[in-house]
Design a protein around this ligand. Structure first.
Ligand code: COA
Ligand code: MG
Length: 307
């Protein structure tokens, strides 16, 4: 599989790995990434069954046009080794990335990295599956820069809100970045520091940054509000836990037509101005210089990602 940074990561739908109907259903949904879960949505007595169902599903799903990732169990569990080996030995070509939950130490990422190398050698083919690092605890956040830089296979940092909230002893009713009733308790955006730290560590290492899911799937306004906050900071996307959330997440994490038009205009005007020896120009009453030009190019880069 070619590692493809052009794969958009706006919406990542989490699908419990042991629920065959949901696995099948995911093929007809519009999520950028289908994330097959072996961790917290799978009961302990169904871990082996879930692993087998995911392997069978991936092996028999061809030309679906979908990008798949799999969340394995945490490295310090009885399941992670078998999860990773079974997946890589049987269907590494179908798995864009492995999501590693609750990461707190670089040794966990090194372990996965070495396992991928080892299976590559035993299969005699290069496995291009990437690693996504889930930050779900104060310990993980304290080491976020180190974790982001721990492997060339890293492709993203993911915020795990539920475990983070319980580690902090936050009072929360449901999973929410904001947008639910938490703002009545605390009017600021209580995740600003955590999200910004994750985002900065991700960008400093050339990785994507992915926001946590919004648990109250009946509250689409709350979802939109939560998604807008992380999208405005610069996040690439957000997990979804229910099909009803996908279109809103895709919309919020895509540039608006107004932003695209402005970026196109800024690019054109700035390039013309440069030819005339100028370093800044006025576009629609806004100043565009070298930095704003690069910002416009970033917007256009997002538009050009394959959708
Ligand atoms: N992936 C694929 N299909 C899903 C889905 C998901 N995450 N969530 C719901 N669906 C399907 C249902 O199977 C149902 O399909 P059907 O109409 O063909 O029967 C349809 O979408 C509507 O679902 P609905 O009845 O509204 O929800 P539910 O009560 O079946 O499920 C949840 C609600 C929350 C239990 C379910 O969405 C879920 O398990 N989400 C994922 C949880 C998860 O992955 N957690 C770990 C990461 S945080
Ligand atoms: Mg978690």
């Amino acid at each position: 599989m070619q590692r493809n940074n052009l794969v958009p990561r706006r919406s990542i739908l989490s699908v419990p790995g042991y629920r065959e109907n949901m696995l099948q259903k995911s093929l007809g949904l519009d999520a950028d990434i289908v994330m097959l879960d072996l961790e917290d949505s799978v009961p302990v007595d169904k871990k082996a069954e879930g692993r087998k169902k995911i392997v069978d599903f991936l092996k028999t799903t061809n030309n679906s046009g979908k990008t798949f990732s799999v969340r394995v169990n945490e490295i310090n569990s009885a399941f992670a080794l078998h999860d990773i080996l079974d997946l890589l030995e049987n269907c590494s070509d179908k798995i864009d990335s492995l999501i590693i939950p609750k990461v707190e130490d670089v040794s966990e990422i090194h372990f996965v990295d070495k396992l991928i190398n080892s299976v590559s050698l035993s299969k005699g083919e290069e496995i291009k599956t990437g690693i996504e690092v889930s930050i779900e605890s104060p310990k993980g956040l304290a080491k976020v820069n180190e974790l982001a830089a721990a492997s060339m296979r890293n492709i993203s940092l993911v915020f795990g809100i539920a475990d983070f909230s319980s580690a902090l002893q936050m009072r929360m009713f449901s999973l929410s970045g904001h947008g639910e009733n938490e703002k009545e308790d605390y009017p600021g955006h209580k995740w600003h520091y955590v999200l910004s730290s994750i985002l900065i560590a991700a960008r400093a290492n050339g990785l994507s940054a992915i926001d946590a899911p919004f648990g109250n799937f009946g509250d689409l306004d709350g979802l939109r509000e939560s998604a807008k906050l992380s999208a405005s900071l610069g996040f690439d996307g957000k997990w979804a836990i229910h099909p009803s959330q996908i279109s809103i997440i895709n919309e919020v994490f895509s540039p608006t037509q107004e932003q695209i038009n402005f970026a196109l205009q800024a690019k054109e005007y700035y390039e013309l101005a440069s030819k005339e020896g100028k370093g800044s120009v006025s576009v629609d009453g806004r100043m565009v210089d070298g930095a704003t030009y690069r910002l416009a190019l970033k917007t256009l880069e997002l538009v050009n990602k394959k959708r």
